[in-house]
Design a protein around this ligand. Structure first.
Ligand SMILES: NC(=O)c1ccc[n+]([C@@H]2O[C@H](COP(=O)([O-])OP(=O)(O)OC[C@H]3O[C@@H](n4cnc5c(N)ncnc54)[C@H](O)[C@@H]3O)[C@@H](O)[C@H]2O)c1
Length: 261
């Protein structure tokens, strides 16, 4: 495998599971020192066994500014930050009229406010870098189109989409060598789908139903998304900025023939 990230330091939030863990592994395999940042510190430490010995774990509640300040203090001491992947996220589904304010707020805190906090503190560190730095925010297809039973999730992910574009413009305007892009997966086979599986007749039935909605006929693996994130993090994407990258098996491309009128 190419070593595109030698001498680079990356922070991946939500790195204890799913897309975040696959991304941390991909960046580590390509030479990066990766900080696996997650609320679940035990699982983040366990995931280190799949990474190079340059990687370390940090207990981060992405919604808490003091946690980001402490992480950035440690990064500064260890030489700075080149890549930030804001991947931690939660999903709560249900009827909009029954949604509790506390569920709405939780989704905004973890999916959107946390991305603001991570970007704010990362930019302060990255703007001192001599070479290109990259921020990748994980949104969703639900950050580009609405969803009947996931209104709060879509609202939070739509916020991530436009925050990312705004920060691409902000950094370019300031003359910082920092790119900011968003990634938009559709269904990815991770633990985030567990609560839905229990309401859809089990995991296999759910995955089959989801796959039937994807023109490529399958849901994504976490590694599919990790590879796209690694591209955006790398100098191969040196002029890709403010971009919303779909990783959705063509789900949002249009109407498949079998569904057309
Ligand atoms: N799985 C999908 O189908 C799918 C589709 C589109 C987008 N996404 C997005 O991809 C990202 C990763 O999701 P996943 O599928 O890998 O989920 P996952 O549940 O496997 O992993 C999420 C991780 O985030 C961590 N986390 C949750 N709250 C946190 C907090 N407050 N602070 C720090 N860490 C916290 C969890 O501990 C967990 O390790 C999320 O932003 C999600 O919205 C997922």
């Amino acid at each position: 495998m190419a070593l595109r990230f030698q001498n680079k330091t990356a922070v991946v939030t939500g790195a204890a599971s799913g897309i975040g863990r696959a991304t941390a592994k991909r960046l580590s395999d390509e030479g990066a020192q990766v900080v696996l940042a997650d609320l679940n510190f035990d699982r983040a430490k366990q995931a280190l066994s799949q990474m190079s010995d340059r990687c370390w774990a940090f207990q981060l509640d992405v919604s808490q500014e003091e946690n980001w300040q402490e992480l950035c203090r440690q990064l500064k001491q260890r030489g700075g930050l080149d890549i930030l992947v804001n991947c931690a996220g939660i999903g709560i589904t249900g009827d909009f009229e029954d949604m509790a304010l506390q569920d709405w707020q939780a989704m905004m805190d973890v999916n959107l406010t946390a991305v603001f906090l991570g970007c704010k503190h990362a930019i302060k560190l990255m703007k001192c870098n001599e070479s290109d730095s990259s921020i990748i925010n994980i949104s969703s297809v639900g950050g580009l189109v609405g969803g009947e039973d996931i209104a709060a999730y879509c609202a939070s992910k739509g916020g991530v989409t436009l925050l990312s574009k705004s920060l691409a413009l902000y950094c370019a305007g300031k003359g910082y060598s920092i790119r900011c892009n968003s990634v938009h997966p559709s269904y990815v086979d991770t633990e985030m789908l567990d609560p839905i599986a229990s309401t859809l007749g089990g995991r296999e039935t759910m995955l089959e139903a989801m796959a039937s909605l994807v023109p490529m006929g399958r849901v994504a693996k976490p590694e599919d998304v990790a590879a796209s994130i690694a591209y955006l993090a790398s100098s191969d994407a040196a002029f890709v900025n403010g971009h919303q990258m779909l990783v959705d098996g063509a789900q949002l491309a249009g109407i498949p023939a079998r569904h057309s009128a």
